[in-house]
Design a protein around this ligand. Structure first.
Ligand SMILES: [Zn+2]
Length: 423
């Protein structure tokens, strides 16, 4: 069964093994270290492209881990590995665009989450009449422990409480939040790499617990073809179990033709008002003749183009053995160009629906707002808008379009709004 990664946020109520000022100091430092660390990783990766920084007798990654753990020795080793891996991933996601000059260098802010390897979080039990849960978090390395102890501003008693791991209490929450904790404690839901984030507006620290759920509604053997037409000039197709595969249907001809037709139509409309007696027959019908002809032409062209699009989409689904096609439901899209909305998409969707039905393939319409705003890596929601997507929880950076595409094939069926499934 495929697993889907989701995350849930829990407020850290208080540390148990030490006082707040110490814990806060450690978290702030780790946050700072994590942000510098990730920028450093991206910097080395970038340098390696042009002027290799690693010695030739050593694999780059081995070298990278070594220099990074030398520089950021206070971070717990497992968390350090997770952080380096995440920064590397961010780099690789934007590498091509950066090298081609289409995108700026990925950078991280100092409000960065502190990544915790899944082995760095151990659960205790429900405490305080079930309102809180006690957790043990591995945060510092031995070097880190010595470093924090060596700082002059602590008392002897405070120094003694400083370890590599810290016990905290988190707010168990209600409903789903609570259910996830129960499942984790019972050993039913495994957790994944998670993070600690500071919410500036609330002046509070939160644990973003990432967990995996199995989706029963998306059987493993059923492939899904996702189609996005966010840009009126292109349709992009992606497949659920082949992350590297994508296919673009260029539709620039569609737009160009449409624009040409539009200007011709306006020209004709102007002419009708002023045309001489040559074209004025017995009335309105004769006057409008050229316009009607043009409109027929436009609709014939549209039908042909959409037919070609739809056939390519459905043929691809058949060729790849997909059992369903997912497209975004344009009626739910908050913003969209008139051209796309009025002209192409609905008709295209209808044609895909008809052709897919002939081949026994389901067509599912997805809510574009969910596709665009949910993080495709950790499942966290985001208010992020505009062409670039940045997840505040896992630091995933991408374009909004790319994120939506990933979501299109990743999201389980249960995320779909009711009654949106179409056959
Ligand atoms: Zn995320």
């Amino acid at each position: 069964m495929p697993t889907i990664i989701k995350s849930m946020k829990y407020e850290i109520i208080r540390p148990v093994s030490c006082e707040w000022p110490i814990f806060q100091y450690i978290l702030k430092t780790l946050q700072q270290e994590s942000f510098r660390l990730k920028n450093r990783v991206v910097q080395y990766c970038y340098q390696q492209e042009f002027l290799p920084v690693a010695p030739t007798d050593k694999p780059f990654r081995t070298w990278l881990y070594q220099v990074i753990s030398d520089e950021f020795g206070i971070v717990h080793a497992k968390n350090l590995t997770s952080t380096v891996t995440q920064a590397e991933r961010v780099w690789h996601q934007s590498r091509q665009a950066v090298l081609a000059g289409r995108q700026s260098f990925p950078s991280f802010r100092n409000t960065n989450p502190i990544l915790l390897h899944k082995a760095s979080i151990r659960h205790g039990a429900f405490v305080d009449h079930g309102r809180h849960v006690e957790l043990e978090l591995s945060l510092l390395s031995r070097v880190g422990q010595q470093w924090v102890r060596s700082l002059p501003h602590w008392t002897e008693e405070q120094r003694a409480a400083m370890g590599t791991t810290y016990t905290v209490r988190i707010h168990a929450g209600r409903n789903l939040a609570r259910h996830i904790l129960e499942q984790w404690i019972n050993g039913e839901t495994p957790i994944r790499e998670s993070s600690i984030v500071y919410q500036e507006t609330k002046h509070k620290w939160f644990l973003n617990l990432t967990y995996a759920v199995e989706s029963s509604q998306l059987p493993h053997d059923s492939r899904v073809l996702g189609v996005r037409m966010a840009d009126p000039n292109r349709a992009v197709m992606v497949v659920s179990d082949r992350p590297d595969w994508s296919c673009v249907i260029e539709g620039s001809a569609v737009k160009q033709h449409h624009l040409a037709m539009e200007s011709k139509r306006r020209r004709l409309q102007r002419q009708i008002r002023v045309c001489g007696s040559g074209r004025t027959g017995h009335g309105r019908k004769k006057r409008l003749e050229p316009l009607t002809e043009l409109e027929d032409k436009v609709s014939r062209f549209r039908a042909t183009v959409n037919h070609t699009y739809a056939r390519r989409i459905v043929d691809t689904a058949v060729r790849l053995g997909c059992s369903s096609i997912r497209m975004d439901d344009l009626s739910l899209r908050s913003s969209g160009s008139a051209f796309l909305g009025a002209w192409t998409y609905f008709d295209l969707q209808m044609q895909v629906l008809r052709k897919a039905a002939d081949k026994g393939i389901d067509v599912v319409k997805m809510d574009p707002r969910i596709l665009e705003r949910q993080c495709s890596q950790c499942g966290a929601g985001s208010k992020s808008s505009g062409p670039n997507y940045h997840c505040e929880h896992c630091d995933y950076q991408s374009t909004t379009e790319e994120n939506a595409l990933r979501n299109l094939i990743r999201l389980p069926m249960e995320r779909l709004p009711r009654g949106e499934e179409t056959r």
